[in-house]
Write a protein that binds this ligand. Structure first.
Ligand code: HEC
Ligand code: HEC
Length: 256
């Protein structure tokens, strides 16, 4: 389709202009002086693609690993310098990745070399410097002990990354995470997350069910009963919920 072509060529232009005008400055990729992992006879195009893969795969800029000033022409950068420690870490990762691709995966012995799927930086990193899952990021926020840290972390990540491959924001993630929080005694945080989840997925059975559990654990029995009813409505086959509602109703009646 014409629109598609226009769109993709526009994207290509934008990409080429914003992403370092690499091709226009391909001279920087000629005669590399300090390659310790990549083959010395690597072609400029391949070196350029590799570096682009690093930057996009980890969501970083060239200047994160290389000495140079953002906004200045790449020709003024000192790419051969090893001044930034992260560059050495990237070398370690390259060696690890080569080992995976050349030693371990071939041992599966199930496809020919040229058909094999290669592990790349992006396979693990998915556009971030450290390859966290959403659960890792939330657990880190939880460990900080700051009030509202977990909810704010989720909101912030969702705002920044929704629709990208970096984090999983799908329907069962927060209920599953919050259910675990309830088992570990983080009742308040679990409820906060499930209230947030309700704004994204109001008609999720799993979401309403875990929200009901969280409400119950937080002694909000009336609201819990309503949430259990909603869960049952969304999934009539979950008949066991009737028993929970009955018990809860009795408990709140005798409490009064
Ligand atoms: C995650 C860190 C990382 C990022 C981001 C990165 N590079 Fe590199 N770059 C490296 C490493 C590591 C080497 C050395 C590889 C080796 O030792 O085989 C290297 C080598 C180079 C070299 C060869 C330098 C020489 O003379 O030896 C050039 C040129 C280069 N990078 C350009 C770029 C450009 C342009 C970008 C942005 C698109 C970029 N790099 C992004 C890590 C990175
Ligand atoms: C098999 C999964 C995997 C692959 C493939 C992978 N990485 Fe990593 N990378 C990790 C893990 C795990 C960490 C460490 C996270 C931590 O410190 O908690 C990491 C950390 C790093 C760091 C340090 C980040 C920091 O903030 O200190 C850099 C730089 C890095 N990787 C670069 C790369 C590059 C470049 C590639 C591709 C050549 C690559 N990684 C491929 C899993 C991977």
């Amino acid at each position: 389709m014409a629109i598609k072509t226009i769109l993709s060529s526009t994207l290509l232009v934008v990409f080429t202009l914003t992403c370092f005008s690499v091709d226009a400055q391909s001279k920087i990729f000629e005669n590399p002086k300090n390659l310790k992992v990549l083959p010395e006879d690597i072609s400029p195009k391949e070196l350029s693609n590799t570096m682009r893969g690093f930057a996009l795969g980890l969501g970083l800029r060239c200047t994160n690993c290389h000495v140079g000033e953002e906004g200045k022409p790449l020709s003024s950068f000192d790419f051969a310098s090893d001044e930034k420690p992260i560059k050495e870490k990237a070398r370690l990762m390259m060696q690890m990745m080569n080992e995976i691709n050349q030693t371990f995966v071939p041992k599966l012995n199930q496809v020919e070399d040229e058909k094999r799927v290669a592990v790349r930086c992006v396979s693990c990193h998915r556009g971030q410097q450290k390859p966290l899952l959403i659960e890792d990021a939330l657990n880190q926020a939880l460990a900080s002990g700051e009030p509202d840290a977990v909810v704010n972390k989720y909101k912030g990540l969702r705002e920044k990354y929704y629709g990208s491959h970096t984090f999983d924001f799908s329907i069962s993630v927060l209920p599953s995470f919050s259910d675990n929080l309830l088992k570990e005694g983080f009742d308040k945080e679990a409820l906060e997350l499930m209230e947030l989840n309700q704004t994204y997925y109001p008609d999720s059975y799993y979401g309403n069910f875990v929200r009901a559990k969280a409400l119950q654990k937080n002694q909000k029995n009336k609201a819990a009963i309503e949430a259990y009813k909603k869960a049952l409505e969304l999934n009539p086959r979950a008949g066991f919920i009737n028993g929970i509602i009955e018990q809860l109703s009795k408990a709140s009646a005798t409490k009064k």
